[in-house]
Unconditional design. Structure first.
Length: 351
């Protein structure tokens, strides 16, 4: 099975700062670098470096061919990355503090110049089909439409990380959720998603989740309402949790499986930049899923629950180790490890 990434490509301007700048404050950066990035590009390179058969659908401007070349060097197929001569490549302005935490704002550029019909026709012509995994985030235009059409027309398994989150409720967001097979969110995003997907949301349930760190009620709400097969909540240094919905009766406690996993063993003093950690995780996770036989599970057919859980758990484990390496390096794409590097980390527990 192939991994198809419909996503963003950015040129990242990364500024090292003593702390994330506050409103009204001016500070001096101690270092500036310009590197290839974008959530789509990062996830694509991650999947390709992990060994998956990976294809990317994206746009760059006249200034972005070098980023396209870097993505191609990872092993990903880049023939559907279009070079728009009258546009500029998307930009991300990233602050990274002394603890490796970041703050980002985006200029979309060519990422918001997709023509829906052209993208879908290209995917169909290139043989994107049932069993393939399509990875999407929210840094491009036409995301909701691509999710719906790719699922209904092409039969792909849809993996969505809805970041950056929209700022207001839209019916299109709620409708798109019904076509998503795998949802990957962090703690803030799952709360925001519940609020944005409905005009009537349980404030007490959300506040309880935020205060306790237990998001199971929100995860169940998404799974039950939208039929999402896998909901992953990443919790930073607290690890990651995945809920598997086997599609049996809601009242049946055996209809779900919960997998909780700690982060990879990376010493805190080795953490220098978390910018691409989430995207690296998604790329390796989806690569792991694509190497497993989960077609029947995602299409609603009969499946061996133990096999499904084992496949998801294995994919999560490698993704944890991959993102563990990423945070010890600076930059986005330059920080993403190869399959061999992850293999070595898994074998030795030394990064």
């Amino acid at each position: 099975m192939s991994v198809i990434v419909f996503g963003s490509i950015n040129i990242d301007e990364v500024y090292t700062v003593p702390h994330i700048v506050r409103p009204g404050e001016t500070i001096t950066s101690t270092k500036r670098v310009e590197v290839a990035g974008g959530k789509g590009a990062n996830s694509c390179v991650s999947a390709a470096r992990s060994g998956a058969n990976t294809f990317m659908y994206a746009n760059v401007g006249s200034d972005g061919k070098w980023v396209k070349d870097i993505i191609g060097e990872s092993g990903a197929n880049t023939k559907n990355i279009l070079e728009l001569q009258d546009e500029t490549t998307g930009r991300a302005i990233i602050q990274v503090n002394e603890e490796g935490e970041n703050s980002i704002f985006l200029y979309p550029g060519a990422n918001h110049k997709h023509v829906l019909k052209n993208v879908l026709d290209s995917m169909q012509t290139n043989g994107v089909r049932k069993g393939d995994y399509m990875v999407l985030a929210n840094e491009t235009n036409s995301v909701y439409e691509i999710i719906q059409e790719a699922k209904s027309r092409l039969g792909v398994t849809v993996v969505w990380n809805p970041a950056p989150m929209p700022t207001k409720h839209t019916p299109e967001l709620a409708n798109a959720l019904g076509y998503v097979d795998v949802l990957v969110v962090n703690e803030t995003e799952i709360c925001d998603l519940i609020k944005l997907a409905s005009t009537e949301y349980p404030e007490t349930v959300i506040s309880t989740a935020e205060s306790t760190g237990d998001y199971s009620a929100l995860v169940e709400m998404i799974s039950d309402t939208y039929g999402t097969k896998i909901v992953v909540v990443t919790k930073g240094s607290k690890g990651v949790e995945a809920s598997i919905n086997y599609g049996t009766k809601k009242s049946d406690t055996e209809s779900r499986a919960i997998i909780s996993m700690a982060i990879a063993p990376v010493p805190q003093d080795r953490v220098v930049d978390t910018t691409a950690a989430g995207d690296t995780w998604i790329g390796y996770f989806v690569s792991g899923l694509s190497s497993s036989n989960l077609v029947e599970f995602f299409s609603g057919g009969e499946c061996n629950q133990a096999d499904v859980k084992s496949s998801v758990e294995k994919a999560m484990g490698r993704a944890n180790y991959a993102s563990g390496i990423t945070v010890t390096r600076h930059g986005a794409i330059p920080s993403i490890p190869t399959k061999q590097e992850v293999d070595n980390f898994v074998a030795t527990n030394k990064v």
